[in-house]
Write a protein that binds this ligand. Structure first.
Ligand code: F0G
Length: 359
């Protein structure tokens, strides 16, 4: 009720503190995407673009809360394992709070923009000879030993902040359409957002603001080369089996053990959602489709739109649905993937005729 704060902190009543370590995160756009909407042929498609956050990904919503909690606890060192975006956000918010930041990255598997962010914001960066899941095992052990405060999404305060993605989607969607969306489609790595959105919906149901049968269907999308959640949903299991080998162009979600699966799987089930895997080529095509509608995203983000396409093609999403796709990170996070998916620059001589020849 008290809307004094901005962005994430507009929803302070649903957060553990009245204010956080803030650089004005949240309040991201809910875009229309006419090209995609026409191509998939569903009633309405909107894109919640989390790339518009200060560090270019949704992580800022979690860090503004999580780093505030760390201050309260009086910890000396913040740490995370990361496929890139978490490390960028933690480095940024840690700098703002004047706290030391340690990040463990899978060597050679983090996109250039993200490493640059962690570096300039002053984190100590360790490149581990292993994948993300190995990095998380190590940093969790450091946290258990008391050597660092862990700010991966296994930290529940991160998810409190990320609930505001749901609150913003619901508010904006109802303002435009007069009702909640039928479905939210989102990329899944550690399943933190899936868990956070489910908690958001449950709290609204508990507050009498939403009926249980109105909860948007949570629909997770993973890359085919890193799809342990999809496997668990398909096999009707409550537990996810860890994938030791993972590979995908969407390096942000190159994860074999989604740590929030125990919170996310019940959400997918309770909301009538599902989970689907998409190939790297489908991700790249969705990245191009989003770009043609004016929305520049990194590969993991495009997985949501690729998943929507696939579920419509499979007849699992009906044409009368109103869908929101979550795009989690900005195009410039992974400039190499963007350049590879886009048009080739053409070298020309230094004169008008040469340029005219080329066009
Ligand atoms: N999209 C992007 C761009 C991400 O960076 C991540 C996670 C996800 C989706 C998956 O979100 O974990 O809530 O299911 N990135 C983490 C990181 C792992 O280290 O930056 P989730």
């Amino acid at each position: 009720e008290d809307f004094e704060g901005r962005g994430v902190w507009r929803y302070a009543d649903s957060l553990p503190f009245p204010e956080g370590v803030s650089i004005e995160e949240g309040d991201t756009p809910l875009y229309s995407v006419p090209g995609i909407e026409a191509a998939v042929d569903v009633e309405s498609v909107r894109v919640k673009h989390e790339g518009a956050n200060p560090t270019g990904a949704f992580k800022d919503r979690g860090m503004t809360v999580g780093v505030r909690v760390a201050q309260e606890l009086g910890v000396g060192r913040l740490a995370c394992a990361s496929t890139g975006n978490t490390s960028a956000a933690l480095a940024c918010y840690g700098a703002r709070a004047d706290l030391d930041v340690l990040v463990l990255l899978p060597a050679g598997k983090v996109a250039a923009g993200k490493v640059a962010q962690a570096s300039l914001h002053g984190a100590k960066i360790l490149e581990v000879d292993g994948n993300f899941d190995a990095c998380l095992d190590i940093v969790a052990e450091l946290a258990t030993r008391g050597d660092a405060y862990l700010l991966n999404s296994i930290n529940p305060f991160r998810l409190e902040g990320q609930k505001t993605i749901g609150l913003e989607i619901l508010e904006a969607h109802r303002e435009e359409h007069g009702e909640w969306p039928d479905r939210v489609v989102l990329p899944v790595g550690n399943a933190g957002n899936t868990a956070a959105l489910y908690k958001c919906f449950r709290e609204l149901v508990a507050a009498g603001e939403m009926r249980e049968d109105e909860m948007p269907a949570l629909t997770g999308v993973q890359a085919a080369g890193a799809a342990p959640m999809v496997e668990a949903v398909r096999e009707g299991r409550d537990e996810v089996r860890r994938w030791d080998e993972v590979e995908t162009i969407a390096t942000a979600i190159r994860i074999g053990m989604p740590v929030n699966a125990p919170k996310a799987l019940p959400g997918i089930r309770a909301t009538g959602g599902t989970a689907v895997a998409v190939e790297d080529e489908e991700i790249t095509q969705a990245q191009r489709d989003l770009a043609r509608d004016g929305v520049g995203v990194e590969p993991a983000s495009a997985a949501s739109v690729a998943g929507l396409r696939k579920l419509v093609d499979d007849g699992e999403i009906e044409s009368d649905e109103r869908v929101v796709c979550l795009t989690t990170g900005h195009l410039l996070k992974d400039p190499d993937a963007a350049a590879a998916a886009g048009s080739e620059p053409i070298p020309v001589p230094n004169d008008v005729d040469g340029v005219l020849d080329a066009i």
